[in-house]
Design a protein around this ligand. Structure first.
Ligand code: DGL
Length: 279
């Protein structure tokens, strides 16, 4: 009996989710859909965005600070909703937060791509840091030896997503400009992996550039599935039937975060809905 109520109390603790900015909200949305009864606390490290152009040492330090801030809020699991931080710091975060389960987005993204196009030609759009580390190249190679993987750093797409300029001629021409060298080199992908959690926000512009017929894959759905599985395995699912709550934290710019984040969450957010925290 005592064990049961302790288990129920543990289940009521929130899942922590972080990214450098609003991009990780794409993963948060998938978590809300898959796990509607879970409480979620999201942290956007907007003061230090972008992560993708920073050194591994800085990215690791920022990611650890974000994770510790969420741990102080009593989370039961951490979802690193940032490919850059997942590529650079997932092992370090796992050790630091143990025994708390820590889930990244690169492995689930690679799994989604391999199941969408087995033996396919994958083009990974990601940040400079993720590309430099060849994170998807390794993760796909381990799952599918027939696959061919090309990686392309598209850092400016992060700024477009944060600005909310996610479709229309500006977004489309910037995506086309990034893809031009790929086309010139004769690479013809049958799968485009959105290897940065900001990029699903630009999916329309990316589809316009690559054309229909190319699979467009991101990590959100598969990451939520992994999170659900790990929670069930650990007996940490929230048993309540009520809709879980959402706490939004950012390290700077509450008004901007509310404006852009609200659009992506499909709900009106005001600056007062965002708590500013110092890491
Ligand atoms: N959204 C992040 C990612 O998935 C990072 C973008 C950035 O801060 O450069 O990689």
């Amino acid at each position: 009996m005592i064990g049961d109520s302790n288990g129920a109390a543990a289940g009521r603790r929130p899942i922590g989710v972080f990214d450098s900015g609003v991009g990780g909200l794409t993963v948060l949305e998938a978590l809300r859909e898959r796990l509607p009864h879970e409480h979620l606390v999201y942290l956007g490290d907007t003061a230090r965005l972008p992560y993708g152009t920073k050194s591994p040492a800085s990215i690791s330090r920022y990611a650890c600070q974000a994770a510790m801030a969420l741990q102080e809020r009593g989370i039961k699991m951490l979802v690193v909703a940032c490919n850059t931080a997942s590529s650079v710091a997932l092992d370090a975060l796992g050790k630091r937060l143990a025994p708390l389960p820590v889930i990244g987005v690169v492995e689930p993204g690679a799994a989604a791509a391999v199941s969408a196009r087995p033996g396919g030609t994958h083009l990974v759009l990601a940040t400079e840091a993720t590309v430099r580390l060849g994170a998807y190249f390794k993760a796909i190679g381990e799952r599918d030896r027939e696959a061919r993987v090309h990686e392309l750093a598209c850092e400016m797409l992060v700024a477009l997503a944060e600005e909310g300029w996610t479709d229309g001629p500006i977004a489309e021409s910037i995506v086309a400009r990034y893809l031009q060298p790929v086309r010139d080199s004769g690479v013809d992908p049958d799968c485009v992996i959105l290897g940065c959690t900001h990029f699903p926000l630009l999916a329309k512009a990316i589809v316009a550039a690559v054309g229909a017929g190319v699979a467009i894959v991101d990590s959100a759905g598969t990451t939520a599935a992994v999170a659900a599985h790990r929670l069930a395995e650990a007996g940490l699912l929230n048993e309540s039937n009520e809709r879980g709550g959402l706490t939004l934290l950012a390290t700077d710019g509450a008004t901007r975060f509310a404006r852009v984040g609200g659009r992506f969450l499909g709900q009106r957010l005001d600056a007062c809905d965002i708590e500013i925290v110092d890491l």
